[in-house]
Design a protein around this ligand. Sequence first.
Ligand code: PLP
Length: 402
Amino acid sequence: MPHRTTFIAGDENMSDFKRIYADNAATTQCSVAAIRAMTPYFYESYGNPSSLHSYGQEAANALAQAREIIAQAIGGQPQEVFFTASGTESDNQAIISAARFGARKNKRHIISSAIEHHAVLHTLDALEKEGWEITLLPVDEYGLITPEQVKNAIREDTALVSVMLANNEIGTIQPIGEIAAICRESGVICHTDAVQAMGHIPVNAADLGIDMLSLSGHKIHGPKGAGVLWCRRGIPLTSIIHGGAQERGKRAGTENIPAIVGTAVALEEAVTHCDSNASFVRELRDLLIDGLSEIPASRLNGHPTKRLPGNTSFCFEGVEGESMLLLLDQNGICASSGSACTSGSLEPSHVLLALGLPHEIAHGSLRLSLSADNTREEIDHIIKVLPPIIQRLRDMSPLWRK
Ligand code: PLP
């Protein structure tokens, strides 16, 4: 189990206050078990798994063992597991592979949803520029798409359906099993981005009936720099990184053994403790949702029940997300907003806009994503600190006063 410095109950003095980390959808703390498992591969068994000597073979054995652990956690076979450098790369390779495979049979149409991560949406943009036709299914007010929407959108020339298992901003969980069944009936490849879902809710590729699945080590208390693409046997993968013959010729580049080992250990831990962690985190989340719902002119984003155990996403009218984040940070609370402000455009999140929210409301979004390391005291503290911050920002806002 991961361990972290936590809030000291009853301590009102901010100088003694330990920071509250409520941004686990962005990244998680690496678990102690993952760090311990990784460490020998930096300085003892640091060989290259492609080398024939004993150092190399130690690394190759670690790689094989990690592949087995991950295959078992996903519900697949070791030879169906491919290591990449990130969830983003796994999404890219899954989509590009299915697209190239489809093109061989003149299938150049791909279906996805309007609220996918940019790792999916921007890959689809690139394919569209190359001549593929992309259908992005709209979502309802909770961020859900229905299997019927997928059924109706499938055409003769559809090569791929790619729908995320759970959304990173609003936590909504999609009916992937039913979507995969429709794809199977129609002979269409089904990929799911399970980066936010894996380890947090039960996910089994065989039960879901999907063909491809992406996951990322750093979202499950593993290290950054390791992604996994699970690809059902029979679906040909296309290399998007060219070079050596690693990963059976499908992903060139010397394998990041420490990160792969750490990801396997973290995933095994996450899957083993999934139910108990989820029920604990869900309880904290519901307390947080109840507390924040008391704030006037607030709106819970995402589905009330079909949502990730740790996801809390709200919009507060008359408030600007980034200002809220800065004031929360000054109070030791680390959260995130739905706004994609990295480009400097301050455009609200495409996910919140897809729910039908007007720009001015989507701008006031706050995501607090919890893990099993959070405590009841931390939730109480957030519920106490946030309302005066919102009030202060509203008092300064000419729009709100109007
Ligand atoms: N897909 C989803 C749903 C995500 O939330 C993220 C990361 O936030 C990614 C893909 C990309 O994963 P990575 O950060 O490992 O590239």
